[in-house]
Ligand binder design. Structure first.
Ligand code: 1HA
Length: 270
């Protein structure tokens, strides 16, 4: 399989194959921990995916066979956030969470090793998770002086239930891929050497489905949990679909032609 580079970055690889984008966190020396620049690059890559018509699915993974992502890079954890080369402390992985959530295309986490701390949250936020047999999952916040009470807690609880979510966060234990699958936060476990193949196969299957149907399902599943914000995304797409209809075009045409619109011609479905 020949992955073609979409854009060169420092901390990530951003590649394309058959309509499937792959974002790989490429900092294996720190178990793919992220620093502010890593998140900025992933955010930009997600924005490119959003704009490109030829991309339907994203795979998110980590370089090597040790880690998917070990969370925030502890070497640059400063006062008020993780400090980038510009000296500014940031928690900008939260902006990446929002991008993943709002992207009208599925994001599949391919967890190839440790998904720990902020790295665990990252897979939680993705639409689907496929894990290799060697993957290990867990939170560390209360052990290392952090917590993610946002999607990392509330959305996790939707996957595994409130009791398990509290156990994961309060005890900071690690869980095997099999345990994570049993808990309902992993869709499938495969051998490490088949992880990418499985991800590409899922991606290709999704690419054969109706993009609008997939989009509206993601919006609807989000909207139930995301309140007014989720409703806004759902409603935005309803407007987009309305604009595809003759009925919406009639309103615009009548305005431009300085006449009353003839909406009577359109059906009132039961
Ligand atoms: O909670 C948040 C946020 C909350 C709200 C808003 C934004 C947030 C943003 C981020 C986060 C967080 O991510 S907090 C949690 C930060 N991460 C961690 O606490 C995980 C730290 N790492 C570990 O617990 C372990 O390394 C491990 C369970 C993943 C693996 O253990 P293992 O197999 O014993 O390997 P280890 O020797 O510990 O690590 C391998 C190498 O990777 C080490 O480097 P070396 O000594 O070989 O040079 C280790 O230092 C490095 N490494 C691992 N994780 C990190 C790391 N270096 C920097 N940062 C890391 N997170």
């Amino acid at each position: 399989r020949k992955w073609e580079t979409i854009k060169e970055y420092k901390d990530i690889k951003f590649e394309l194959f058959d309509g499937i984008a792959k974002i790989t966190i490429n900092r294996p020396e720190v178990y793919n921990a992220f620093r502010p620049e890593t998140n900025m690059e992933m955010i930009e890559a997600m924005d490119i995916v959003r704009e490109r018509q030829d991309i339907g699915v994203v795979l998110l993974t980590g370089e090597g066979d040790k880690a998917f992502c070990s969370g925030g890079d502890q070497n640059v954890k400063g006062v008020g956030g993780y400090v980038g080369e510009d000296g500014v402390p940031r928690l900008n992985v939260l902006d990446l969470h929002k991008r993943i959530r709002e992207l009208p295309k599925p994001v599949i986490a391919l967890v190839n090793g440790y998904a720990i701390g902020g790295g665990h949250v990252l897979h939680v936020v993705c639409d689907l998770t496929i894990a290799s047999e060697n993957a290990r999952f867990g939170q560390t916040g209360p052990k290392v002086g952090s917590f993610d009470a946002g999607f990392g807690s509330s959305y996790l609880a939707r996957h595994v239930g409130q009791k398990k979510a509290r156990e994961i966060w309060f005890l900071c234990k690690q869980y095997t891929a099999a345990e994570a699958e049993q808990m309902g936060m992993v869709n499938k476990v495969v051998p490490l050497e088949s992880l990418e193949d499985e991800g590409v196969e899922w991606g290709q299957t999704i690419m054969m489905r109706s993009p609008m149907a997939i989009r509206m399902l993601k919006r609807g599943l989000n909207a139930e949990l995301d309140g007014q914000r989720g409703l806004m995304e759902f409603a935005g797409d309803a407007t987009m679909m309305f604009y595809l209809m003759e009925e919406a075009q009639e309103g615009k045409k009548a305005f431009l032609e300085k006449r009353d619109p003839d909406f009577k011609q359109f059906p009132k479905f039961p």
